[in-house]
Design a protein around this ligand. Structure first.
Ligand code: MN3
Length: 224
């Protein structure tokens, strides 16, 4: 190898890298909007303290690293190689953003496409809820329950520990999140104490089915 090869590096153009804007989304309703199912105090602390801390600490964890130039999707797709802070804080940031949008004062109903898909997979909406509740109740310690659409186009119910989510390469069954439920104690303890099952039941009264249906439509579009 001759020194001449060194000059070849000049032919490689420097790639202009653009930083990703990680936004802290506004809560789409008032703190007390989902009373009595989710109480105002829990909502305020959950959003303005817990969620905010995940967001702030995520920004700190990625500051000065290549992660600042990646989308959350890209980060999650290789999360197994990321530092714990990026995984925990990035997951906490994203999962809560999704969760707020997953809730609404007027729950609505699943679109006919989603309803058909749920009935095909789980027999009925009630049977789906029962299976989802089982997954949510069964999370040992802190975590999340999810309805996802896998890359094979299959609806699956999964749970994840801590702040992991179905977009991460560490999760056994990956997919696009459709329904999500936070079952960390901070999400329900003030009102429900040890009665996680009551919190999970109350959740169905405020599920934003319009949003879930939209996610389902988008997820199936991506697949096409
Ligand atoms: Mn939470």
């Amino acid at each position: 190898m001759t020194l001449l090869f060194v000059t070849s590096s000049y032919t490689v153009s420097a790639q202009e890298k653009v930083k990703t804007v990680f936004e802290f989304a506004k809560l789409p309703y008032a703190y007390n909007a989902l009373e009595p199912y989710i109480d105002s105090t829990t909502m305020r602390i959950h959003y303005s303290k817990h969620h905010r801390a995940y967001y702030d600490n995520f920004l700190k964890a990625v500051a000065g690293t290549d992660y600042e130039y990646q989308t959350l999707n890209e980060i999650f797709a290789n999360i197994s190689k990321a530092p714990a802070a990026v995984r925990n804080m990035g997951g906490g940031y994203y999962n809560h953003t999704l969760f707020w949008a997953n809730l609404a004062l007027t729950p609505g109903v699943p679109s006919s496409e989603l309803k058909n898909a749920i009935e095909t997979r789980f027999v009925s909406i009630d049977a789906f809820k029962e299976a989802f509740n089982k997954a949510a109740t069964g999370v040992f310690g802190s975590g999340w329950a999810w309805l996802i659409l896998t890359s094979e186009g299959k609806l699956e119910i999964i749970s994840t520990p801590n702040q992991d989510n179905p977009l991460m390469d560490v999760v056994p069954v990956k997919g696009m999140p459709l329904v999500t439920l936070d079952v960390w104690e901070h999400a329900y303890y003030l009102k429900y104490q040890n009665k996680r099952a009551d919190y999970i039941n109350a959740f169905w009264s405020v599920v934003n089915w319009n949003e879930v249906s939209k996610r389902y439509e988008n997820a199936t579009q991506i697949k096409k």
